[in-house]
Design a protein around this ligand. Structure first.
Ligand code: DPP
Ligand code: ZN
Length: 859
């Protein structure tokens, strides 16, 4: 497959200022007539050929200025039309079969309704078009269809006319006044009901808000609606961004590849990011809805009003919008907890990506299939990079930078460079060297050496950025680190400072320390780097208990556990050292359990042990099973060592009644963590408490955390709860997804057999991405299942990839990176992982998506 390169960018030869689309809707056949007003781009080449992208389309008719023409030809899947003048009207008819569209890209059918997904390159599956984000058009859409089947007809912008046709059909016309690239086009037709509300913008525009769902689901949409209203208000205050249409529609669809899509005025959402009520959605589900509703809404400015010049600039809108949604969620809830969760995601998903065969800069240089670049790097590291600019500028100056960015580039297709320049100019920062963060892949490692002489403490910081594919050599990047030095005697520090390491190595001296201080560094995770610093258990226990930066407190706790587990797995711990390490961790945990100054939400966060993927990152070649076992061993030790306090804690928080306030959510979080540790230390007591919690649960958070624990255990309680859960939630797809995921994610000795049996369950299907991911993505990230010594986990995922690829390549390609980690896994397992990749590579007819990921993983 051809490699697309960033450096090859050429402006389009032809622009399409306007497009009129006419749809005659049908589930099995939809006819599309597209009328494109095209004109030469003065900034483009003088090519007379109009190049229109297509994907599995046949032109049924081509007309230029009203006349049928023969002056066109196919170039692979694309349509080329020869034009002679400066401006023309090109009309093309196509026909698509939405029911047969299992890729869920373009126009497809889901449960009897029709909907679209066009980002990144789905519009070309609907009609021929210059399907690139730097071609912006004003859209007029007309659609007609059976009124009984499609009572609701939606597209972008405003509805301008409706009417009845013959034979029970009706039609609607929509017009979107804002020029947009094709990837933001959307159409929805189906039998839907709405939760309606209104929002008045700060300048007085009254906006109708609708969240469209299938009948029966409307009582589960209020949290999404509240989140939408909060998002609209927040963006006005935090970024000065106001909504720009009179209507904002959100539609929930149960078959969807991504989380959601920011189509102008018509966001289309995966149901899992819309539907919630306490009985069926966990606190984490509620948080997910708030952040994704915010994310897609915020795209209206960071993505739609200012869009991307080309797909290499994806992080321009995604990194920035993730930062915006993170700041939003932090303002809606606990800033500290939100930061910890975001860093946990970065470490679990992005760090491994950055150190593996698929590593790429946040602004990639090349791709074969752009869908493969909707990654944790582009999204989450992209957000971290922009967050660093904000940290260096301070929030107010950063805001001046973003104001300038929106001002300068409104209505344009911009680049990451445009963004950096606007922040540079608006915030008054010098970002010349900082731009390397956009160009280089790999997680910088910062080694910290502390020394002390007289009353001066000196920190020597050295950065190295590991080699990544295509980038053997790296240059030093500016790394902003928030730092505080604690005086051992007073237990206090004299104020936090921001230091910037912008060379390979540099020393920073701090005066006024009679004894070596306790170093708290990268507070708030101010830079997305790995800190490598030798630290005594004593210092870490001190920070875990006393640091006034909540993230640093969490970090100290994590470091304590990471240091211990890495040493233990490496075989480098004597029995005494192991006992000492556990003792230190136990001491830190005990402090967390009993600290009255902590709220329960934070307490719950601090009780979460570092995950196996992050632990595996700490060593060059990992034995994930050994890491898992050692981690489980530590849990069991903590559970029995702290049994009394854990039981008391579990009892206390179990008494807090359900509500959505922070205290009650904190109680549920702590309850879940306490139960996990109790069960690890004493499975019988764990089973007793878990089944009691399950039976008493009046909300999904408690029910799910109880069932999670039961799934790991043998015994009748497990079977009772699983059967009850399935019966209770029959027909609720999102909850049945949980039922699959809970079993696939368990550490039960027979987990692989369970997964195999679940794949044959009548409720299982590969055609629904949520269901396929619930079973198999959960399995692929479960060390106990995936890394089973027999290799059965690898074979299972390999087989899945081969089976799912012909159905839905975009969703399938997401599984490849798990196998692609083989170089960092111990040799026996690595060989089996590699063998699976080779087997996939040998399969004929592989999609471009999977082909790219597999060949890079083997290469
Ligand atoms: N819908 C995806 C997102 O919002 C892609 N734009 O991140
Ligand atoms: Zn996005």
């Amino acid at each position: 497959p051809p490699v697309i390169r960033r450096e090859d960018y050429q402006p389009p030869a032809w622009l399409v200022p306007q497009i009129a689309l006419d749809f005659r809707l049908g589930i099995e056949e939809t006819r599309v007539t597209a009328r494109l007003s095209v004109r030469r781009n003065p900034a483009g080449s003088a090519a007379s050929t109009l190049h229109l992208n297509g994907d599995q389309l046949t032109p049924l008719a081509v007309r230029v200025d009203g006349e049928a023409v023969n002056d066109w030809r196919m170039d692979g899947a694309d349509l080329l039309v020869e034009l002679t003048g400066e401006a023309h009207e090109v009309e093309i008819e196509t026909s698509v079969n939405p029911a047969a569209n299992s890729q869920l890209m373009g126009l497809y059918a889901s449960n009897g309704m029709l909907c679209t997904q066009c980002e990144a390159e789905g519009f070309r599956r609907i009609t021929f078009f210059p399907d690139r984000p730097d071609v912006l058009s004003t859209y007029s859409v007309r659609m007609a269809g059976d009124k009984g089947q499609f009572p609701i007809l939606l597209s972008n912008g405003n509805c301008t006319a409706t009417g009845e046709g013959e034979d029970g059909t009706h039609w609607a016309e929509w017009h979107d006044p804002w020029p947009k690239p094709a990837y933001l086009f959307a159409l929805v037709a189906g039998d839907l009901v709405a939760n309606h509300a209104q929002f008045t913008t700060r300048s007085g525009r009254r906006v109708d808000l609708n969240i469209w769902v299938r009948s029966g689901d409307e009582q589960r949409t209020q949290h999404a609606m509240d989140s939408l209203i909060n998002s609209m208000k927040w963006d006005e205050e935090a970024f000065g961004r106001e909504y720009d249409l009179d209507l904002f529609n959100v539609v929930a669809v149960s078959d969807f590849n991504m989380g959601a899509m920011e189509n102008k005025g018509l966001n289309v959402f995966n149901t899992r990011y819309v539907l919630a009520e306490p009985e069926t959605a966990t606190d984490a589900d509620y948080d997910g809805i708030e952040s994704v509703i915010g994310h897609e809404y915020f795209h209206n400015w960071s993505g739609n009003r200012v869009t991307c010049r080309d797909w290499f600039q994806l992080s321009l809108k995604e990194g920035f919008t993730v930062l915006r949604d993170q700041l939003f969620s932090a303002d809606m809830g606990s800033e500290a907890v939100k930061r910890i969760e975001d860093v946990r995601v970065l470490r679990a998903a992005q760090f491994p990506e950055d150190s593996g065969p698929l590593a790429h800069p946040i602004r990639p240089d090349s791709y074969q299939e752009i869908s493969n670049f909707y990654t944790a790097t582009v999204y989450n590291k992209g957000a971290e990079v922009i967050r660093m600019m904000r940290t260096m500028a301070g929030p107010d100056r950063f805001r001046q930078g973003t104001d300038l960015y929106f001002d300068r580039h409104d209505g344009e297709a911009a680049t990451c460079e445009d963004f950096v320049k606007a922040i540079e100019d608006g915030a008054g920062l010098d970002l010349r060297q900082f731009r390397l963060w956009y160009a280089q892949a790999g997680t910088p490692q910062v080694a910290v050496e502390a020394s002390h002489e007289g009353d001066v403490a000196t920190l020597t910081l050295t950065q190295t950025i590991p080699a990544t594919p295509g980038q053997p050599e790296k240059q030093a990047v500016p790394i902003p680190l928030r730092i505080a030095l604690f005086d051992r005697d007073s237990g206090r520090h004299a104020g936090e400072r921001l230091i910037v390491l912008d060379t390979d190595s540099r020393s920073f001296a701090f005066e006024g320390f009679a004894r070596p201080p306790v170093v708290s560094i990268n507070r708030g995770f101010s830079a997305p780097v790995a800190i490598d610093m030798e630290r005594s258990n004593e210092d870490l226990v001190f920070l875990a208990a006393h640091d006034d930066d909540p993230f640093a407190r969490y970090e100290a706790m994590q470091s304590l556990v990471v240091q211990h587990l890495v040493a233990a797995v490496g075989g480098g711990l004597s029995e005494t050292a192991r006992a000492e390490g556990r003792k230190a961790i136990g001491q830190a945990f005990a402090a967390v359990l009993s600290d009255d100054g902590l709220d329960d939400l934070m307490r719950g966060e601090l009780m979460v042990l570092p995950g196996v993927a992050y632990l595996a990152e700490q060593v060059l070649v990992a034995d994930p099973a050994a890491i898992h076992e050692e981690r489980e061993g530590l849990k069991a030790w903590l559970g029995s060592e702290l049994a009394e306090s854990l039981v008391a804690l579990h009892d206390r928080v179990s008494g807090v009644p359900y509500s959505r306030d922070a205290a009650a959510r904190g109680a549920r979080k702590t309850k879940a963590q306490a139960l996990v540790l109790i069960a690890a230390g004493d499975p019988a007591e764990g089973a007793r408490r878990a089944i009691a919690q399950y039976r008493a649960a009046d909300n999904m958070t408690d029910r799910q955390s109880a069932l999670t624990v039961l799934c790991n255990l043998e015994g009748p309680e497990r079977e009772e709860a699983l059967a009850d859960f399935l019966r209770r939630y029959q027909g609720n797809a999102l909850v049945i997804d949980k039922w699959f995921a809970l079993q696939a994610g368990s550490f039960h000795p027979q987990v692989l057999q369970h997964i195999e049996a679940l794949s044959q369950h009548p409720e299982f299907t590969l055609n629904n991405p949520n269901r396929a991911r619930a079973l198999y993505m959960t399995a692929a990230v479960n060390p106990k299942a995936f890394h089973d010594a027999s290799g059965a986990g690898y074979r299972m995922i390999g087989e899945l990839i081969r089976k799912l690829d012909p159905i839905n390549p975009q969703t399938t390609a997401r599984f490849v990176p798990q196998l692609g980690r083989w170089r960092r896994i111990e040799p026996a397992r690595a060989a089996m992982m590699r063998a699976e990749l080779e087997k996939i590579a040998a399969q004929p007819g592989l999609s471009r998506d999977v082909r790219e990921q597999v060949s890079k993983s083997l290469g």
